[in-house]
Design a protein around this ligand. Sequence first.
Ligand code: TMP
Length: 235
Amino acid sequence: MEKKEMLYEGKAKKVYATEEPDVLIVSYKDDATAFNGEKKGTIVGKGAINNRMTNFIFKKLEERGVPTHLVKELNDRETAVKRVDIVPLEVIIRNYSAGSFSKKMGMEEGVKFKCPTLEFSYKNDDLGDPFINDYYALALGLASQEEIGQITQYAFQVNEVLQHYFDKLNIDLIDFKIEFGRFHGQIILADEISPDTCRLWDKDTHEKLDKDRFRRDLGGVEDAYEEVFKRLGIQ
Ligand code: TMP
């Protein structure tokens, strides 16, 4: 599989065409941004960790019935993926209060919910990814009712698998964001699942092992990413 022209450069990844029309190559960068790109930095080694961690988790999800865009890991930073049309919804699942939820609801971080929550943001950098509901998504034609149903079902399924898995690594899955795409009419999981897109807290110490260390200038950013990678035991 060979990289051809670059199609798109995002905040954390570059996307390239290949000789196959249905396959793209994503290349993960060490660049980190927060607050819609206002804060910029580098997390050394992040690209390789996020690439390998995402692929490892996507394989587990596939085994448990969640279809993903993964085709093949090519090297530390690069992976061949199915060319999807991204559904412009950020799907956020929360198991504990944190981040924007805590701010909005005036609740301290780390309170376990009675059941997981799901919310959508409209993926639009100019608007700062505003919170929307199913009716907005339908009214704006972002996804069909059937697609929203499938996305919701997969998102809770991803949560079950991830929670169970991180639990064994002595990590609480506080919340995470995922994205889906359309591939020949089917909804499949795309983008990434990594410390950039999850809140992961050590069960005993409640130490943050995710991008909040960068967002909030807590220090030890690289160490946190490496710690998660080490616990996953990826060969
Ligand atoms: P929030 O509490 O800031 O809404 O974030 C919820 C989850 O979504 C958290 O795990 C971080 C992740 N996230 C992203 O992956 N990308 C983003 O742009 C934002 C704002 C959050």
